[in-house]
Ligand binder design. Structure first.
Ligand SMILES: [Zn+2]
Length: 427
């Protein structure tokens, strides 16, 4: 009995000690801090992180006593980057053959292993969150990758996943094979209003955070000089997808490249327009009025243009002109690359930043597309996207000054996600 009481007393004392200590505290010393909100960087700042949260940001002075210091005094510290358009289960698809080969010759388990590799790569490049916009025939494997990351089994960004996406019969690869063969599909094939509602429910049941559908295909320039397209779904079908998704609390992303596809997606009430090359003045006005986000994915447009020829090279210029107008008119432009549409191992998705600057944004505006604006698009504006008290500790750093040279962001040297350091080359 005496021994039992001694055990109780020592256990209580130990618990009290742990409670008094609280979660682990670390302090990041930032030579320059771009917090994601302010217009100008803050010099010589102290960012205090407790567990997985930021608890304070203080300019100047000395570090709080008793905390471990991560010395980044010569570096620029920023919020972790957010890419709002990726495909972790895809390894590049400039040609139809490249795409088809992945669906025909690679098992979904093999593709999921590559996806885990891609997630690690993205995190090491400073991407602490990603919206992955469909698995390209790999069913619900994005949910598995997300689960493995969340359980700490593999390193990767916070994942927001769309599972299978949707297109009607005959509007999405694999196409062009003998009618005698039953080929795999790069999406869930959906025809009719009831089928659309069912697909939304099935995808949500298996873990989709977002619903994605393909609004158009077959892009061509009309005599009016506008980039047009063939619309995939009837208005009733598209409305059914969006209404059902919204009814159960899931936002909707639409692939829409030509002006017709963009108009149809806006009519259906989607939350984000993906690619959007064919945005006209009138459609840009609608984006502003209807508060719909635009995710331009310039990196993939430039990457695939040469290999695809046809209208693709001209579409880069069309998109560039739309970008300048959208920027002037105040469209909510969110950072998205379509990584996976180019090989993860070849191109660092942070390349997207320099296109935005080349297309007219200031470096700080370009940084906001991947931080505050992207976080708002995800509905996580209160949790990630800036370095301030109360947010998750998703923090990156580069050695140089990205406001002087935006391409510095392609050389991230420090990565913290959820309070844990995954990379530090600045020691
Ligand atoms: Zn895509």
């Amino acid at each position: 009995m005496k021994r039992f009481m001694a055990w109780v007393i020592s256990t209580v004392a130990l618990c009290a000690m742990v409670a008094a200590q609280g979660p682990k505290r670390v302090v990041i010393h930032a030579g320059k801090l771009i917090d994601g909100k302010s217009d100008a960087p803050i010099a010589d700042a102290w960012v205090v992180v407790e567990g997985n949260k930021i608890v304070s940001v203080t300019p100047g002075g000395s570090p709080p006593a008793g905390a471990d210091v991560i010395e980044l005094g010569k570096a620029t510290v920023l919020p972790g980057f957010i890419d709002t358009h990726t495909h972790i289960l895809l390894q590049g698809d400039v040609t139809a053959a490249e795409y088809d080969e992945q669906l025909l010759k690679q098992s979904i388990p093999y593709r999921a292993i590559l996806a885990a590799r891609n997630a690690h790569l993205a995190l090491s490049h400073g991407f602490t969150a990603m919206r992955d916009l469909e698995t390209e025939g790999a069913m619900y494997a994005d949910v598995d990758v997300k689960t493995a990351i969340n359980r700490g089994e593999v390193p990767g960004p916070r994942m927001f996943v769309a599972t299978r996406a949707m297109a009607p019969t005959g509007m999405y690869p694999l196409l062009g094979y003998s009618w005698e063969l039953e080929m795999p599909h790069g999406v869930q094939v959906v025809d009719g209003v009831e089928s659309a509602r069912l697909a939304v429910r099935q995808q949500a049941a298996h873990g989709a955070d977002w619903i994605k559908y393909y609004s158009d295909h077959g892009y061509f320039y009309g005599p009016d000089g506008v980039l047009h397209s063939h619309v995939n779904f009837t208005a009733e079908e598209a409305r059914a997808i969006v209404a059902e998704a919204h009814r159960i609390g899931k936002p909707v992303a639409a692939h829409a490249i030509g002006s017709d596809g963009i108009a149809a997606a806006l009519d259906a009430g989607v939350d984000t327009i993906e690619h959007g090359d064919g945005l006209t003045d009138a459609l840009i006005d609608r984006l502003v009025q209807e508060k719909v986000y635009w995710v331009p994915t310039v990196t993939v447009s430039v990457y695939v243009a040469q290999g695809r020829a046809g209208n693709w090279p001209k579409m880069i210029e069309t998109q560039r002109a739309a970008f300048a107008k959208a920027l002037r008119k105040g469209v909510k432009i969110a950072f998205g690359t379509d990584a996976g549409g180019f090989p993860w191992t070849e191109v660092n998705q942070a390349r997207e930043f320099h296109y935005y600057v080349e297309y007219g944004m200031t470096p700080i505006e370009a940084i906001r597309t991947a931080t505050t604006t992207a976080a708002e698009l995800l509905g996580w504006g209160d949790r990630i996207g800036s370095i301030e008290a109360g947010k998750f500790a998703d923090i990156v750093a580069v050695a140089g000054d990205p406001l002087a040279d935006i391409r510095e962001l392609e050389h991230v040297a420090f990565v913290m996600k959820d309070g844990k350091v995954y990379r530090n080359d600045l020691k």
